[in-house]
Design a protein around this ligand. Structure first.
Ligand SMILES: Cc1cc2nc3c(=O)[nH]c(=O)nc-3n(C[C@H](O)[C@H](O)[C@H](O)COP(=O)(O)OP(=O)(O)OC[C@H]3O[C@@H](n4cnc5c(N)ncnc54)[C@H](O)[C@@H]3O)c2cc1C
Length: 434
């Protein structure tokens, strides 16, 4: 079991390479062990380190900290979502519970960047849900209805306004929400690595192979050492299943994304010099596409059932071709070969698009599974699972625990068959939007 990431992610490549990287090479004991150093694990470690400055906290990651999904995502810190699972949000009350969590997530990230003076290209630009298919207006009208009932400021836009604001004539109908932030995910997660308190010991490139509980002690085996701990928090998101965490409630999905080089002045002029924007698809399998602050275009238009441990270069190249087509469809005036990098990343899903936040046994906790919307929720859940683990009961925990719990999934091979069939169906429905 080894997590192998490609090295093509533009967000990560924008950052200065890190120094002082330690791997686990001996046996250790600690009060707290956190597995996974993405937004969730880093936030849990930060919180525990602040609250217990005299306790030993170990944080481990199978790869470099923050270089999993947390450094590889599309950078939408969302207040509302339209397609965050395989079912639509029909019930208003449940949808409200979800947006209450999103709102707390935004507040938690805001507080973090204020306290640590983080520059992560934060832009309160709002976001668009857009489609080229005029018949998708029905979906957006329903969504607009829900947003109005809950007081989210938004507007429905037609082709002309969308063309003017986005610089592409591709979309015929859209819904703009004022809430929602665009940011640089790599810069945000790097700031979380840099902000770790001094009593947090970080071991990277150190994959937890298996673990067991013996009375009050949890034993964790790594390739080059064993860690004995009193309490453990699993923050491994798309890898939960691989360590037997809530296996019947979540499953990993592999996403791929590509980013262009920076557009030249002339190219940027040719698309009308739009301000930074982010579009999410109306259909679940449509493309997420973003114009960054520094004039790069990001596109993500795949979601697949594959091994979470790494994608072969040949598959990645095929996905990249698909993304080249997606960009060309929207910006035919741009040159063919402007994609600079392509990468893959793992997200975790549940059947009812609810998240995992719980004590799974005494002294064993897990948080994750954000159904593709984990920037704010992961940061929130990380801090709050640490508080839950020390028996605090905050208002945030109450809000989190008021959500629907994830529902049970059928066993294999039925599960993969079901997911694959659903993805094929959704892909067909979103064919024009990829
Ligand atoms: C392409 C893409 C686009 C996305 N777009 C958005 C977006 O726009 N907005 C949004 O909110 N969310 C988005 N997401 C989802 C978001 O990135 C995740 O929800 C979020 O990063 C989850 O954070 P995390 O810390 O829980 O998990 P991760 O960042 O996945 O971190 C988990 C860590 O656990 C480590 N790990 C796994 N197994 C082991 C093991 N056995 N031993 C040790 N360590 C282990 C992994 O190496 C990894 O670093 C996107 C994801 C992807 C891949």
């Amino acid at each position: 079991m080894q997590v192998v990431n490609d090295n093509g992610c533009s967000w990560i490549n924008d950052l200065n390479p890190r120094r002082n990287i330690n791997s686990l090479l001996s046996n250790e004991e600690c009060n707290w062990l956190i597995i996974g150093a993405g937004y969730t694990g880093l936030s849990a470690a930060r919180k525990l380190g602040q609250l217990h400055p005299n306790q030993k906290i170990i944080l481990v990651d199978a790869q470099l900290a923050g270089e999993g999904a947390s450094g590889r995502n599309s950078g939408y810190l969302v207040d509302t979502t339209l397609n965050d699972g395989f079912t639509s949000n029909k019930e208003l009350e449940n949808y409200k519970k979800k947006t209450d969590i999103y709102s707390l997530g935004i507040d938690t990230v805001k507080k973090f960047i204020k306290e640590h003076q983080v520059d992560c290209d934060w832009n309160e630009s709002g976001k668009y849900f857009a489609s080229s298919k005029i018949e998708d207006k029905k979906i957006l009208d329903n969504f607009s209805n829900t947003l109005s009932k809950l007081g989210f400021e938004h507007s429905i836009l037609g082709n002309e306004e969308l063309s003017e604001q986005l610089g592409t004539n591709f979309y015929n109908i859209g819904l703009y929400t004022k809430g929602g932030i665009l940011l640089h995910p790599g810069k945000l997660v790097r700031a979380m690595v840099d902000a770790l308190p001094s009593n947090v010991f970080l071991y990277e490139n150190s994959c937890l192979l298996n673990w067991s509980k013996n009375k009050d002690l949890i034993l964790c085996n790594f390739k080059n050492g064993i860690i004995k701990t009193k309490k453990i928090i699993f923050a491994i998101n798309g890898f939960m299943k691989s360590l037997g965490i809530k296996s019947n409630y979540n499953f990993p999905i592999t996403l791929t994304a590509s980013m262009t080089r920076r557009l030249s002045d002339e190219e940027f002029k040719s698309i009308g010099e739009p301000k930074e924007w982010g579009v999410l698809p109306v259909r679940p399998m449509g493309a997420t596409i973003r114009m960054t602050k520094d004039r790069r275009i990001l596109i993500r238009n795949t979601a697949e059932v594959l091994s979470p441990f790494g994608m072969s270069n040949s598959i990645l190249q095929k996905r990249s071709l698909n993304q080249k087509i997606g960009i060309k469809k929207r910006f035919p005036q741009l040159p063919n070969d402007i994609i600079n990098t392509s990468w893959s990343g793992i997200v975790s899903r549940t059947r009812n698009s609810s998240q995992i936040f719980e004590k799974i046994d005494s002294n064993i906790f897990a948080a994750g599974c954000y159904n593709g919307s984990g920037i704010g929720v992961g940061t929130l859940f990380g801090e709050q699972i640490a508080l839950k683990a020390i028996n605090e009961n905050t208002n945030e925990i109450k809000t989190i625990e008021a959500r629907n719990k994830p529902t049970w999934l059928p066993p294999q091979p039925f599960l993969n068959f079901g997911i694959k069939t659903r993805l094929i169906y959704e892909r067909l429905k979103a064919k024009t939007e990829i």
